[in-house]
Design a protein around this ligand. Sequence first.
Ligand SMILES: [Zn+2]
Length: 90
Amino acid sequence: MSSNVGQNFPYASESEAQRAAAVEAALATFDGLRAKVEVETTPLEPDADRWWTYVCPKDDFTGRLHAAGYALERHGVYTVCDTCGSTFLR
Ligand SMILES: [Zn+2]
């Protein structure tokens, strides 16, 4: 994968069920991540059947970023990495 692929590049889409499962797995894997997400986000409105995933820029592009909520004040979608547990605003 080329090195200029970053977090702004949509990688693929996933269903709501896939998104929810991936986020839950990440929250269960990384210590403190669930509490962090709860403090920093508001819940997603279930108005989309498909969600974009993104390539994580931190772990040699192996991780995928999944939408976990809206950043407070709705400045963006808050994503979590399924591989390293990093969080990013989209
Ligand atoms: Zn990552």
